[in-house]
Design a protein. Structure first.
Length: 200
């Protein structure tokens, strides 16, 4: 991997790995520029608990999906579509070796229609979840349905700089919460068990 300037999110990667192994859903709030979008997928893509399955990260905008994928591929010193790729409406750059796939929100619905158990996906990441839309909400609802009925090993990571933690924690029903500051990053993670009874 090409050497890049360290980003604040790297201070909490060990904790994040632990939480993702312990819980089916993790909510992560960190400041803009902390490195959530580009550092976390690369840090996690070879985790043994993924069992060789890929990470799919949902971005709310097409340009953001393309740019994130291009930047991560550059960090790995690879071309787009090797270990990192993207899929948006009408365009894709993925291959058999792709471990991290960046998609726009509407693509997830199509993926579940084609493969209801998301058999090749080990973790779904919802980036910039504060940019709420019907597609993001539907994507999360579908992901949790897959997790509950077909894939209890599917991990879900919800990320944002400004998550509505209270509503999400109430929805998941049973969460533990921790907030701390480490140098330049304000880090808050809420670890939820998606198998708990949902409350609206």
């Amino acid at each position: 991997m090409n050497q890049k300037t360290p980003l604040p999110i790297e201070q909490v990667l060990l904790d994040l790995r632990h939480h993702l192994q312990q819980s089916s859903v993790v909510l992560l709030t960190a400041d803009p520029g902390a490195g959530k979008t580009t550092r976390i997928p690369l840090a996690l893509m070879d985790e043994p608990w993924l069992r060789g399955k890929k990470i799919v990260m949902l971005e709310p905008r097409r340009l953001a999906a393309q740019r994130a994928a291009a930047y991560m591929a550059e960090m790995l010193g690879e071309k787009m579509g090797e270990r990192v790729g993207f899929r948006i409406r009408g365009e894709r750059a993925i291959g058999p070796a792709t471990r991290v796939e960046i998609v726009t929100e509407g693509i997830l619905t199509r993926m579940i229609q084609d493969d209801p158990s998301l058999s090749h996906v080990g973790m779904l990441m919802f980036d910039e979840f504060h940019e709420r839309s019907i597609h993001a909400d539907l994507g999360l609802a579908l992901a949790l349905d897959v997790q509950t009925h077909l894939r209890d090993d599917l991990s879900v990571l919800i990320m944002s700089a400004t998550l509505d933690d209270v509503r999400l924690r109430r929805f998941f029903g049973r969460c533990t919460d921790r907030e701390e500051r480490r140098k330049a990053v304000s880090y808050r993670d809420t670890i939820c068990d998606a198998r708990a009874e949902k409350k609206c």
